[in-house]
Design a protein around this ligand. Structure first.
Ligand code: SF4
Ligand code: SF4
Length: 346
């Protein structure tokens, strides 16, 4: 792993240089906290703790997204033949100031989207520059879910604050090597040792945090499905879907065809398992017609179905759903309920 020391005042110049052949985005300060936005030359990412409100899936799994185009003209012999859309060919994106939890969400989403050419193309065209979390906010719990405030999963480069106001730049991938700052000079051995010590301290803190994964993997699924607390957990839920739309790892979608004046588009929209219509069959039957069934599905998918299929939880502990739920449903409390049911407190 290559480690560079970058003078802080060189950060803006570096991002501006990257912006010559890519669009650069990052968190920007707003009255409501950091928001993901385009960074103009000279701008640098906001450093407020915690992730911005919008999740990174906005870039990799945008909404709406045209999957195919077709003609509906009666005189067109190829009417209704699906053709690839004119995608943003050659569009290159740099995402700067990415928190480690959000970078990890891209890695987790790449599991179900492994065969999705749209998602994969965007991954290939994007450079992720992380910002290590020097402090966490009250709703973050990344260590419960296998993450780390200094984690590198999914990142091409990771920035750390260093003494004297400088930055340490970890170069993590070949893509990161190609985007590394020219003004950065090799870090001193003391910088590398300091970073290794911070990583070790973070690992020790992770060891003290609860790890809900083994007990939840071991509990009988049907028993957990029938646990008595789901009705109580779901009772205040409005089924507004805010938690799923803001969650970086929720990826439910719907596909619809839209036609206008002889032309059609097949479009993918985000959807939510919290909406009753999401699972309603054409017959009118709804296997998740009751609210508690939808709430239960959201949590079981994140903490049992997804790990059963792919390994990790489908949650990075970013805390967005805790911050934004209008009725205060807290995923950490739900995890505690699940663990208590599994016979293990947290
Ligand atoms: S944000 Fe809260 S109220 Fe809205 S669907 Fe999610 S859990 Fe229910
Ligand atoms: S479930 Fe909540 S805490 Fe977990 S990744 Fe989604 S928004 Fe973040």
């Amino acid at each position: 792993m290559k480690l560079l020391r970058l003078p802080r005042q060189a950060l803006a110049d570096w991002l501006a240089a990257l912006g010559r052949d890519a669009e650069v985005f990052g968190p920007k300060a707003t009255a409501e906290g950091p928001a993901l936005a385009s960074l103009a030359p000279g701008e640098t990412p906001d450093e407020a703790p915690g992730p911005p409100k919008a999740p990174l899936k906005t870039f990799f799994f945008p909404q709406p997204e045209t999957l195919a185009v077709f003609s509906t003209r009666r005189d067109d012999p190829e009417a209704h033949v699906l053709r690839p859309p004119r995608l943003e060919a050659g569009r290159r994106v740099v995402l700067a100031g990415v928190r480690p939890c959000d970078a990890r969400s891209v890695v987790l989403n790449a599991l179900p989207f492994a065969g999705d050419p749209y998602f994969q193309a965007r991954c290939g065209a994007t450079v992720l520059i992380g910002a290590a979390c020097a402090e966490t906010c009250g709703t973050c719990f990344c260590r419960w879910t296998g993450g780390d405030p200094l984690g590198t999963e999914g990142l091409d480069l990771l920035l750390h604050p260093a003494d004297g106001g400088d930055l340490l730049v970890e170069v993590l991938t070949a893509k990161g090597e190609g985007a590394a700052p020219e003004a950065g000079r090799p870090a001193a051995a003391a910088d590398a040792e300091g970073l290794a010590a911070r990583r070790e301290a973070s690992r020790r803190a992770a060891g003290r945090a609860p790890d809900p994964r083994p007990p939840l993997a071991a509990v009988d699924l049907l028993a957990l499905h029938g646990a008595p607390f789901w009705g109580r957990v779901a009772e205040p839920c409005l089924n507004c879907g805010a938690c799923t739309f803001l969650c970086p790892t929720c990826y439910c979608f719907d596909i619809q065809d839209e036609t206008l004046r002889g032309r059609g588009r097949r479009i993918r929209y985000w959807d939510s398992c919290m909406f009753p219509l999401f699972t309603r069959h054409a017959s009118g039957h709804n296997p998740r017609g009751a609210k508690f069934q939808r709430v239960r599905n959201r949590f079981l998918h994140k903490f049992r179905y997804f790990p059963d299929r792919y390994g990790p939880f489908s949650c990075v502990g970013c805390g967005r759903c805790i911050r934004e739920c209008p009725v205060g449903i807290d995923v950490r409390e739900v995890l505690r309920e699940m663990l208590a049911f599994a016979g293990r407190g947290a």
